[in-house]
Structure formats: C-alpha cells, structure tokens
Design a protein around this ligand. Structure first.
Ligand SMILES: [Fe+2]
Length: 199
C-alpha cells in the first residue's frame, strides 16, 4: 500500500464531487465576529451539501458522515494552534476549502511538536466537544494549500493561516465507522481509503 510521507494530511481522489460551493456557504452560514465559525448541519443538509452519490459511496466502504462543520477564517487572520479532541486521538476529517477572491493564498499549518508540554488548556466547542488549545510558540513544520478533498489528522497540532485579503471557507466532515458514533483513526483510514490516496 502506498502511504503518505506524513501523518497529518493526504489528498484524496473520491469518485464523486460535493454539491457544496462558495456561494452556498456564504448564503447559508452566519459569520460571527470571531475568526473561526462553524455550523452544525442535520442529515438533510449533509446530503444536500455532499451528494447522495458520495454518501452512498462512503457507505459502500463502511463509513458514515453524520457530522459536517463549516469553518470561516477572516481575511488576514490566523486561527489558534489546536488539536480537535481531548485527550488527543489521531482521528481523521475530510475537508474541502474555498477561498474568496483570487488575491493571496491561505494555508493549513501543521506542527510535529511533542504534545505533552505544549498543551495549555482544554476548551469546549458550542456543542460540548472538547479540543486542546496549544501554545502560540508552536512551530509550523508544513504549510498546505488545501483544496480538498483532503484527509487530515485532527489529532495533530494545526491551524488555518489566511494571508488573503478575503475569507477562507472550509467544509469539514467527521467520518465515522458506519452505524457507530466512533471516529476513524488515521492508520485505519489509510486502509479504508487505500485506493483513493493521492500519494
Ligand atoms: Fe481543527
């Protein structure tokens, strides 16, 4: 099996595209005064945003997509360094990104710091899931101009870094094992999506 050379992201070749686009996100998601904003969508929204064909394909490989979030990063803004779950787990997300305007560029930044000393505190999202905020001195080792579909490891330190004079929108899905509420870990995901990895 071809494996990515890192443990934090790999682009995917999926058989279907998502229906979602920049116009949909801009007209259906509220932008709050903070730089990072997300919405939780129900099953009908998820089918509309992704596509029935894509959801059926995920189902055929034993995966369900019960949760979709939308993150917005303001122009010229950087999200805080964080890990998506506390305690940290190498669980995956599959993301798509759209940028407003053509000027400038935005990135996901990743770090490979040892987590033990860097963890500052655990916070709760508005739906009660926990994430870990990391020290600002965390050092980036890689910058990815992510477009998607990209499988990312949300258990590694990361942040959005938007150098554009316009906004960055990310449609982020949390794949789970079909029929469960269990997130999929990085090594298992490499096997499940082995035919779809762009490496
Ligand atoms: Fe995150």
């Amino acid at each position: 099996m071809n494996r990515p050379k890192n443990r934090y992201y790999v682009n995917l070749d999926l058989p279907y595209q998502v229906n979602c686009n920049l116009e949909f996100l801009k007209s259906n998601c509220k932008i709050s005064p903070i730089q990072r904003h997300w919405n939780k969508f129900g099953p009908r929204h998820i089918e509309h945003m992704l596509s029935r064909d894509l959801l059926d394909w995920f189902d055929s490989v034993g995966v369900c997509i019960p949760t979709v979030e939308v993150f917005f990063t303001k122009p010229n803004a950087t999200a805080p360094w964080h890990i998506d779950m506390s305690p940290p787990q190498d669980h995956i997300k599959i993301n798509w990104v759209w940028e407003e305007g053509t000027e400038g560029i935005s990135y996901m930044e990743y770090s490979e710091i040892e987590l033990g000393e860097a963890i500052r505190n655990t916070k709760k999202t508005i739906v009660g899931t926990e994430y870990i905020l990391l020290d600002d001195s965390t050092v980036a080792v890689d910058r990815i101009n992510l477009r998607g579909p990209t499988m990312i490891n949300a258990g590694r330190p990361h942040r959005a870094h938007n150098l554009k004079p316009s906004g960055r929108w990310c449609l982020s899905t949390i794949p789970k094992y079909k029929g469960t509420d269990v997130r999929i870990l990085w090594d298992d995901a490499l096997k499940i999506f082995s035919k779809n990895l762009l490496v």
